[in-house]
Design a protein around this ligand. Sequence first.
Ligand code: NAD
Length: 273
Amino acid sequence: MQYITLNDGVQIPQVGLGVWRVSDAEAYGAVTTALEAGYRHVDTAAAYENEGGVGRAIRDSGIPRKDVFLTTKLWNGDHGYDAALRAFDKSLERLGTEYVDLYLIHWPVPEQDLYIESWRALEKIHSDGRARAIGVSNFSAETLERLVKESKKVPSINQIELHPYFCQPAMRQLNEKLGIVTEDWSPLGQGGDLLQEPVLTRIGDAKGKTAAQVVLRWHIQLGDVVIPKSVTASRIVENIDVFDFELTSAEMDEITELRRDDGRIGPDPDHFN
Ligand code: NAD
């Protein structure tokens, strides 16, 4: 496993398991399998309604809590200083842990205009040591630049939709300029057409790797953190087996060339509430 050092010195494993649209019971199984396969990083959220299963799987694994990097997120209906502090307490309770490694604002929800207040709560949680690192998700140039300008603490991470169909070069560049690590959600394009792209199977065949592994390797070589989701044991194992091969810069470019003008899969963060 490779680690990336965040702007406050915290180290994050570059590959983690995502558990969106996974039931609480399934999350228990998937996280158990992932920890056995060598994962040490899990990405959940209050909105996924599986923090309980994730927390139980980590505890039951017998792996010391300090060796597992655990992320959860503040949901849109819990923005505001007091509401965010309360929501964080509830997440910790469900997770059954005294701290998380990373707490993110899930969406900025510009329409509510409460994300600066929510960030104050995250800064407090961080200074109290209850989140080792804090960050944001789905922040655009506008929302991120405002947050940085009006705050003491620069987020450690901006977790955004990013895959070869939707490469977000400008947003990656801005994150980097601000000292923020880019974390890529839906890295496999949610397992749709992307994984059938001939360029990916061609590169994979030549290296004895699958299309999914080639895509994940592309994210790693970009320097991003990546959180593929699967509940299938063989895929969970496959998705972390990406540290024994390399893509050439020509192959990296070929994959980036898959980008599409309409490549976004998820909602537009500037209008999502
Ligand atoms: P993903 O791109 O990780 O795709 C997951 C799907 O790809 C699986 O359901 C499966 O169908 C397929 N798949 C997985 N491994 C495969 C393999 N080896 N071979 C073939 N097919 C495979 O999609 P995602 O779940 O949307 O994103 C990953 C994680 O990112 C989420 O689980 C969640 O943790 C996070 N996320 C965050 C946000 C946010 O707003 N911050 C939004 C979406 C997702």
